[in-house]
Write a protein that binds this ligand. Structure first.
Ligand code: DAH
Length: 338
């Protein structure tokens, strides 16, 4: 029996050493030292041996079993080791690699100009007000001294929803809304979206404006000039030339249009300023007494100025963009530049 055991041991260790995978080693383990394996059958035969041989045989079987089990463990540990090493190599995290950058969005150029305009006027003590984009004819026109048959309504081709409701054509509509619910002194700007039936390279049916107004006792045209000059210098630079030209708006008297020196040619004349050297930048004036009467302010007691400017126009000049439609196509390659 001892001899047979020794043969088995030899066979087992040679078989096991040939096994080239964990699975094969485990199969051999079952075959030799499993519950119904070769060693187990030796144990079964133990009963048939004469009593004096049993002890030695039993010990030999146990030694053989231990030896096989040790060999199996050694091999399995080797496989585990190699598996781990492989995993370390292929599944390694290189902590020195720079992280992947999340692409950051940028603010739209229109928003950027809007934000700067708001920041400048906040610095001058103006509050920010808002009004609805779907507006009553009353606030958009009538309260601004533009009755239904007023020819100046033609200046702003209007999207009507019905007789009394429209898409506001200018942020001036916020003026009577604020004045109707608040008393002077007032210093307010109203940024927002406006709509007109107009579409070509320099007009889109939707665009943005900022309206501003100041009402108090003793507000004069020189206050208007001072505030707007300060504003334009902050926006376009300290040395930007500015001029006020007489103009007409139904809700201001007197009215003016304000130009800046052409930011492209500095005044020598170019395509953008059509050779004039000047760029029209906003409309303004002293608030018409009729507007005050409509909101129940006494025009003998209060005076005020108002102005309105187009955000896209300013963005075009500031960033040197010559096609207005680029602002609304939302081409990421265009937007990334600002
Ligand atoms: N609302 C005018 C427009 O959209 C701009 C404007 C002109 C606003 C003169 C004013 C102003 O407040 O005084 O064309």
């Amino acid at each position: 029996m001892i001899e047979k055991l020794e043969n088995l041991l030899k066979e087992a260790s040679s078989e096991i050493s040939k096994a080239d995978s964990k699975e094969k080693v485990l199969l051999l383990k079952t075959r030799y030292v499993g519950r119904k394996g070769e060693i187990a059958s030796f144990l079964k035969d133990l009963g048939g041996l004469p009593a004096e041989e049993r002890k030695a045989a039993g010990e030999a079987i146990n030694r053989a079993k231990d030896a096989i089990e040790k060999e199996v463990e050694r091999l399995l540990a080797g496989f585990d080791e190699r598996e781990k090493a492989l995993l370390l190599k292929t599944d390694r995290v290189d902590v020195t690699l720079p992280g992947r950058r999340v692409p950051l969005g940028k603010r739209h150029p229109v928003t950027q100009v809007m934000d700067s305009v708001e920041a400048i006027f906040s610095g001058l003590g103006f509050d920010i007000a808002e009004g609805p984009e779907v507006e009553l004819d009353y606030y958009n026109f009538e309260a601004l001294n533009l009755p239904k048959d007023h020819p100046a309504r033609d200046m702003q081709d209007t999207f009507y929803i019905n007789e009394e409701v429209l898409l506001r054509t200018h942020t001036s509509a916020v003026q009577p809304r604020v004045m109707e619910r608040e008393r002077p002194p007032l210093r307010v700007i109203a940024p927002g979206t406006v709509y007109r039936r107009d579409s070509d390279i320099t007009h889109t049916p939707m665009f943005h404006q900022v309206e501003g107004f100041m009402v108090d006792k003793g507000v004069r045209f020189s206050d208007l000039k001072g505030i707007l000059t300060q504003f334009l210098h902050e926006l376009f630079g300290e040395n930007t030339g500015i001029r006020f030209r007489p103009s007409f708006f139904p809700f201001t008297e007197p009215s003016a249009e304000v130009d800046i020196r052409c930011v492209i040619c500095s005044g020598s004349g170019c395509r953008v300023c059509k050779g004039s050297g000047w760029l029209e930048i906003l409309g303004a004036g002293m608030i018409h007494p009729e507007v005050f009467r409509t909101v129940k302010y006494d025009p003998e007691e209060y005076t005020g100025f108002a102005f309105g400017l187009g955000i896209e126009r300013i963005a075009m000049l500031k960033f040197g963009i010559d096609d207005l439609r680029l602002f609304f196509e939302n081409d990421i390659r265009f937007l990334r530049q600002f």
